[in-house]
Design a protein around this ligand. Structure first.
Ligand SMILES: [Zn+2]
Length: 459
């Protein structure tokens, strides 16, 4: 964590990891944070990264330098726009006079660079102020630099006559993929972050493997990983934005598999495919909750209260109240209401005779009502302890043609197999060869991790 001191999300991540991380593998903590802390993540998005800030750190100085004919005493102050605050409020708070704030913002609005009614909190403003000639004379506003995205800067600079000119500066960005690889020591999350990957890249990595691996229980110290992801760099080669994961590999005790990002040209549905052209995406997710501890398996057990032995028709996951629960697959909500001992209960009907059910929830996910269709990964509700429950947990059931089955032992139908469409397989193999070339350029040794049928590099 110390590698990213400016990330405001970090303290929360530490909290979540310590709450939910049983095996000492902290990756899932990050995923939970990412999902719980959506507002926070938006407010402190890419622009908050030190690299993003650095990319434009000099622009205000650069702009003011053009207007600085003689040595002047300049100071810079900056802050982000708060909720419910106007840009004018922000500028005045940072030291501009109301008249200056108006004159500086007017050309920005007139040029339609920003719609004043749609200014988002989180936008950052940097003011360059010049000290007055006399000791107690008020500082004069010389320049305003507004940034909402890492690569765009709006600069309004004062002219001699006191009016302002606005310019929009767009950094010239080029794509430069980055690669991180290593061994899991304490946490995959920390190992990847230490090497420069962003939170989002690690979360995406976990999502790619979420169908095959239970990150809470099946990632072990010594497991090897590799992530190649897109990044955009500015003219000076500094990364200003991190993007999609292009390649993800895990070589661990539980699983050894490589996945390549690819968009087949026939259906244009982007997905991750292994070396054989099989999609990483499956019909149902292995577990519909992150960061939870499996507290009771499917099968016969002695009931804690009655003492009788009876069939436990689901799998229990202990997790803090409020932890989001995801729809395991696409489908239609059949029921979202109180249901006896199940408490707040949601059941989803999926294709092929499958149903999944989620019980004891504290509340329902946004828009979850009977008859509504849901996508895999939508939030159906939040962990709670409603109904016959002794503590906060998710009781999760899977039914096949009306019969309860053990979700942990199911081999779900897989997603698309490109090998069924020869032209699409050919296209994928060309893409895969490009990605492998890219990995070799970035230092990968290209030793097969998966032992699957593979094609020679560049072939
Ligand atoms: Zn249960």
């Amino acid at each position: 964590m110390s590698a990213k001191p400016s990330s405001k999300v970090s303290p929360i991540q530490i909290g979540v990891i310590s709450l939910t991380c049983v095996a000492g593998i902290g990756l899932i903590g990050a995923m939970v944070t990412q999902r719980l802390g959506i507002g926070e993540a938006e407010a402190t998005g890419q622009a908050e990264r030190p690299s993003g800030l650095a990319a434009f750190g000099d622009l205000a100085q650069l702009a003011t330098a053009d207007f600085a004919v003689e040595p002047r005493s300049l100071t810079q102050v900056s802050r982000r726009l708060g909720r419910g605050e106007t840009l004018s409020d922000l500028l005045i708070d940072l030291g501009a006079s109301p008249a200056e704030a108006h004159r500086a913002l007017q050309p920005i609005f007139e040029a339609d660079y920003i719609d004043p009614r749609r200014v988002r909190p989180g936008l950052s403003a940097t003011l360059t102020l010049e000290a007055g000639g006399e000791e107690d004379a008020p500082a004069r506003l010389v320049a305003v630099n507004l940034r909402s995205e890492a690569e765009t800067s709006l600069i309004s600079t004062a002219r001699e006559d006191g009016r302002f000119d606005a310019t929009r500066l767009q950094a010239r960005l080029t794509a430069a993929p980055l690669r991180v690889a290593g061994e899991v020591t304490t946490s995959l999350y920390e190992a990847a972050l230490q090497q420069g990957a962003g939170d989002q890249q690690v979360v995406d990595f976990a999502k790619i493997f979420a169908y095959d691996v239970d990150f809470q229980r099946e990632i072990h110290p010594g497991d090897k990983f590799e992530i190649v992801y897109e990044s955009m760099v500015d003219e000076r080669g500094r990364p200003v934005r991190l993007g999609n994961v292009i390649f993800a590999s895990l070589d661990g005790k539980a699983l050894a598999r490589d996945f390549y990002y690819h968009v087949p040209s026939d259906d244009e549905v982007s997905d991750y495919f292994d070396a054989n052209g099989d999609s990483a995406t499956k019909f149902l997710m292995k577990t519909p909750i992150n960061g939870a501890r499996l507290s009771s398996r499917f099968g016969n057990r002695r009931h804690p209260i009655s003492g009788y032995t009876r069939l436990h028709k689901g799998t229990d996951f202990a997790a803090p109240t409020g932890t989001p629960i995801y729809a395991a697959g696409h489908g239609t909500v059949e029921r979202a209401s109180r249901y006896g001992g199940y408490g707040n209960y949601v059941r989803i009907r999926h294709a092929n005779g499958y149903q999944t059910a989620y019980a004891h929830m504290s509340r329902y996910g946004p828009g979850i009502r009977s008859g509504r269709s849901v996508r895999q990964g939508d939030i159906v509700g939040y962990v709670g302890s409603t109904g016959a429950s002794t503590g906060p947990h998710l009781h999760y059931e899977v039914l096949v043609n009306g019969r309860h089955v053990d979700a942990m032992r199911l081999n779900f139908p897989t997603g698309r197999k490109l090998s069924e469409t020869p032209e699409m397989m050919e296209e994928f193999l060309a893409r895969k060869a490009d990605v492998d070339d890219m990995r070799a350029d970035l230092g990968a040794s290209l030793v097969l991790t998966s032992g699957e049928a593979d094609t020679p590099v560049g072939g």
